[in-house]
Write a protein that binds this ligand. Structure first.
Ligand code: SF4
Length: 293
């Protein structure tokens, strides 16, 4: 028997070296207008615990005790029942005694449904990191992109994750507010991040993806893409307004420049790097493309 995977399997770049054991299939929300990942894939479902355990055992036969980090795809594995997620975390720790990190993707709406006490139970069972797509701190943008949550819920969910002792990695999409809301996107997103103080802030630049409503908006002219300089200015405004301790990284192919550093210590260096990039002609940055993955 080999390990089984169904539908698209995505993982954060930081999980490149991790064992991937599928816990859920698809995304229970599946409505974000910028996201193509699960749109044409199978409907959301939670895999039976005995199957997940079988895959963990199979991975142990292949990799022995070498597994140090484990990621449970797919799009929102935090939406599993807390008891079941605890069971598979505990089982994985038993089978892989050197396991240092167990990670899932989780949207704020599903984290919020769990509440602080269930998050604490998950932390005790070994869940150690959650990747959350904040995308923006602006409620108007969140509504437009159909994120299924608002800034207040994202703040509360994020704070609970931190309070439970689970590492929190938050994604922000630069340019997702279009031209018109660029400044407010930077401001409101910084405000939300300042209230949560997540361990990691990961920047992505908006790239329209095939088969998404937002690509349609770009094509019919109702959504204006930001130019490379506008994205860099928006990024500088965001970083400038962040006043918490966190680690910022732009570990993704969609970004125009690579930014990585500790906040607040390296804020000035990051801003200087953006300033220097702004001196380059716009034509020197990657060109517009439609994403297919
Ligand atoms: S961005 Fe996340 S929550 Fe939204 S549809 Fe895609 S996988 Fe689901």
């Amino acid at each position: 028997m080999i390990m089984r995977y169904e539908g698209p399997i995505y993982r954060p770049p930081s999980e490149a070296g991790s064992l991937l054991i599928q816990a859920t299939v698809g995304c229970p929300h599946n409505r974000c207008t910028f996201c193509m990942v699960y749109k044409n894939g199978p409907r959301f479902k939670i895999r039976p615990v005995h199957e997940i355990k079988e895959d963990i055992l199979q991975a142990a036969r292949i990799y022995g005790q070498t597994v140090r980090t484990l990621f449970f795809p797919a799009g929102n594995s935090i939406a599993m029942k807390t008891d079941e997620l605890c069971v598979i975390c505990l089982f994985a720790k038993e089978i892989f005694p050197h396991l240092k990190r167990i990670t899932v993707y989780g949207s704020s709406q599903y984290i919020h449904k769990k509440g602080l006490e269930e998050l604490k139970r998950l932390a005790e069972a070994g869940l150690s990191r959650i990747h959350v797509g904040l995308e923006s701190g602006d409620d108007i943008i969140l509504k437009r992109i159909k994120k299924g949550t608002d800034s207040a819920q994202q703040v509360e969910a994020g704070r609970w994750v931190m309070e439970a002792g689970i590492e929190l990695s938050i994604y922000v999409i630069m340019g997702i507010g279009s031209h018109e809301r660029s400044a407010i996107h930077a401001k409101k997103t910084a405000e939300v991040l300042n209230k949560i103080a997540p361990d990691f802030i990961r920047l992505r630049t908006f790239v329209p993806k095939v088969n998404t409503p937002l690509l349609q908006e770009v094509q019919d002219g109702t959504f204006t893409m930001l130019s490379p300089h506008e994205i860099l200015n928006e990024t500088a405004a965001l970083i400038d307004q962040i006043n918490i301790t966190s680690y910022l990284t732009s570990d993704h192919y969609t970004n125009y420049i690579n930014l990585e550093g500790k906040l607040p210590e390296e804020k000035e260096r990051l801003l200087r790097k953006i300033d220097a990039a702004l001196k380059a002609d716009e034509s020197s940055f990657r060109s517009f493309f439609i994403g297919t993955a």
